[in-house]
Ligand binder design. Structure first.
Ligand SMILES: [Ca+2]
Ligand SMILES: [Ca+2]
Length: 245
């Protein structure tokens, strides 16, 4: 998104429904238009929820956020519910050398196979130039649960178009858990451009409706890694920077 003005976050008391991933649809906290999250910030109020990682802010967008260009407007409708994350942050933070991402530590059963599914959003505006390239998100997993074994497992790109709105594309990734916890991390890989006027890059990489299910179709018990999470936020930020650069 292009705006740099910050609107204070409103913290909702709504408890999101649980399905393996906490706050997988990014509906918590409720933001009337948008909210910024700095590295280390929790996204939502529940134990075990996402934390922002990296060196720049990510943005939570409500579908109420639009960029009017009368008589048209660019819309940012969520894939699920009314909110979705924009991993590029304000502008595209890669343009400024900032890695932006989120992570969550989830409870897993060793030797069990899991399917991680998520939607990557590509804004394809014809009226705002900085949305006209594909959107890419990198997925990291730490299967060891030690918070030191993050591996990039792939970059997921959505090049499909929905005119002046977000096109949402479903991706899945299957893995076998090795430990009682698996750390899941997403980061922005959307081209940010280098010379703002000649090489605009793209300012949006949507992420919504993240879920994790065992191959047996069961959700695992709710994770309670409260004390581990505090440590993990900082470590993950460092790891993310190392792996990408
Ligand atoms: Ca959502
Ligand atoms: Ca785009």
């Amino acid at each position: 998104m292009c705006f740099s003005r910050v609107i204070p976050l409103l913290v909702s008391l709504t408890i999101p429904s649980w399905g393996g991933i906490v706050n997988g649809s990014f509906e918590d906290p409720f933001v009337p238009v948008f909210g910024l999250f700095a590295p280390g910030d929790p996204i939502g109020g529940q134990v075990g929820t996402w934390r922002a990682v990296g060196s720049g802010n990510v943005i939570l967008l409500n579908s109420a956020y639009t960029e009017p260009r009368p008589p048209e407007e660019v819309r940012f409708d969520a894939q699920d519910g009314v909110q979705a994350l924009d991993l590029t942050g304000p502008g595209n933070q890669l343009e400024f050398g900032n890695i932006t991402g989120i992570r969550q530590l989830v409870a897993t059963v060793p030797n069990q196979q899991y399917v991680l599914s998520f939607y990557v959003g590509n804004q394809d505006s014809t009226i705002v130039p900085r949305y006209q390239l594909p959107s890419s998100i990198r997925l990291f997993l730490d299967l060891t649960g030690t918070l030191s074994g993050h591996q990039s497992v792939g970059v997921f790109t959505n090049s499909d178009s929905t005119l002046n709105n977000v096109n949402w594309k479903l991706f899945t990734y299957t893995f076998e858990a090795q430990a009682n916890f698996t750390d899941i991390m997403f980061s922005n890989e959307t081209y940010g451009g280098e010379e703002p006027f000649d090489d605009p890059g793209d300012n949006y990489a949507g992420l919504d409706n993240v879920s994790l299910q065992s191959k047996q179709g069961n959700d695992d018990p709710i994770p309670e890694p409260g004390s581990v999470l505090l440590l993990a936020g900082g470590l993950a930020a460092v790891l993310l920077r190392r792996r990408i650069r």
